[in-house]
Design a binder for this molecule. Structure first.
Ligand code: SF4
Length: 369
């Protein structure tokens, strides 16, 4: 394929991902991200894309028409997602490599039609790939893999709580703005943030997924932990369908002990500040039904019915011990999350920050073991 590309005058073959497909190929194969969901049309407008492969979800209807103004081929791979202006190369798992070569060959054939290229000179680095298994390893090493350091950090107040910030970009609000404001505020208030989806990409673009950010923004307790472990205060956990990883981490925190007997007792919260996909609602429901207080922003779809809204925002508290909530204002959203976390800390009896005491020899001798 490389030889083929060079034969038509290209330097090589460059792969880049958009939205959660990008998160999948980034965490598994280190393929860089070109942007999140609302940047899919902008990526084409660089003029540097010979083929864009799309599947079932989060593909805008206008993408084919935009591509028709350029030299780009839109390639649909699912029979459920055919669209005008696109060519269809159906994906079958048993012929994956062969089909991939067919798509790359089509892209190479397009290269000589390339016109003016305008790629913005903006780049940012990030560290990704924090799934449950890696968090375990990172905190305890290969032989002592454990969530103990995380639980201890929460118990002694160096970590105020853990917040999952997930979900889409929403064209009704300024691109990426709410995600970045919410996450900056949460880490500045001592919360460890775990992220998935296009939300994670927003925050990565703002440079918040780098370890050095901890000392710049976070209070001392949180940055000390981040520095000791070697992690950023904002952890990229994968694509939007990887939210299950966040719940697995919550379950591991409960099993580790010291923070209650159920997910609903943990000082944790979930939010999707810019959600738009129906899938986000399904994922949110899975969080709330598992006992996690979950706030959504922008718009809430049941506001037309007081009964349904009361059921979700109040009655769910009796059923699942925590509820849905809705708050479009990013500052108020953070305020609600922090008061929820503090109420859980209060209930667990860990509200007061415990000072770390370094034992000298005399104190050690007095210990009764
Ligand atoms: S986070 Fe939302 S917009 Fe982004 S890929 Fe997932 S469902 Fe689509």
């Amino acid at each position: 394929m490389q030889e083929k590309a060079k034969a038509v005058g290209a330097k090589g073959i460059n792969l880049a991902g958009i939205c959660c497909t990008a998160n999948e190929v980034l965490t598994r194969h280190g393929v860089p991200i070109a942007g999140n969901v609302l940047q899919q049309e902008l990526a084409l407008l660089t003029g540097a894309v010979e083929a864009m492969v799309v599947d079932v979800q989060c593909v805008y209807q206008g993408i084919g028409q935009i591509a028709s103004c350029l030299h780009t081929d839109i390639v649909t791979t699912s029979p459920k997602a055919k669209m005008p202006y696109a060519r269809h190369i159906e994906f079958h798992e048993d012929r994956a490599l062969e089909i991939a070569k067919e798509i790359v060959s089509a892209a190479i054939e397009n290269f000589p039609k390339r016109g003016k290229v305008r790629i913005p000179d903006v780049q940012e680095s990030l560290i990704a790939g924090f799934n449950h298994e890696y968090i375990n390893y990172m905190l305890g090493g290969r032989f002592r893999a454990s969530y103990r350091p995380l639980n201890d950090g929460v118990i002694d107040g160096r970590i105020r709580g853990v917040v999952g910030v997930v979900g889409c970009n929403n064209p009704r609000v300024k691109h990426d703005d709410i995600h970045v404001r919410v996450v900056k505020e949460l880490i500045a208030n001592g919360c460890l943030v775990v992220m998935t989806g296009c939300a994670a990409q927003s925050v990565a673009k703002a440079g918040l997924m780098l370890p050095e950010v901890a000392r710049e923004i976070c209070p001392q307790g949180l940055w000390e932990i981040c520095e000791a472990v070697g992690i950023p205060p904002v952890l990229h956990c994968g694509s939007c369908v990887d939210n299950s990883r966040i719940l697995i981490a919550c379950t591991a925190m409960v099993h580790e002990g010291g923070l209650g007997d159920d997910i609903s007792e943990l000082p944790v919260a979930g939010c999707a500040p810019e959600w738009m996909s129906e899938k986000a609602i399904a994922i949110g429901e899975y969080f709330v039904a598992s006992g996690v207080y979950t706030v959504f922003g922008v718009k809430w779809p049941t506001m037309g019915s007081k009964n349904v809204t009361d059921f979700l925002f109040k009655k769910y508290g009796e059923l699942f011990k925590n509820t849905w909530d809705f708050e479009p204002d990013p500052e108020k959203m953070v305020g609600k999350i922090l008061s929820h976390i503090d109420s859980k800390r209060e209930a667990l009896g860990i509200m007061a920050k415990r000072e770390r005491v370094l034992f000298d020899m005399a104190m050690r001798r007095e210990l009764e073991i």
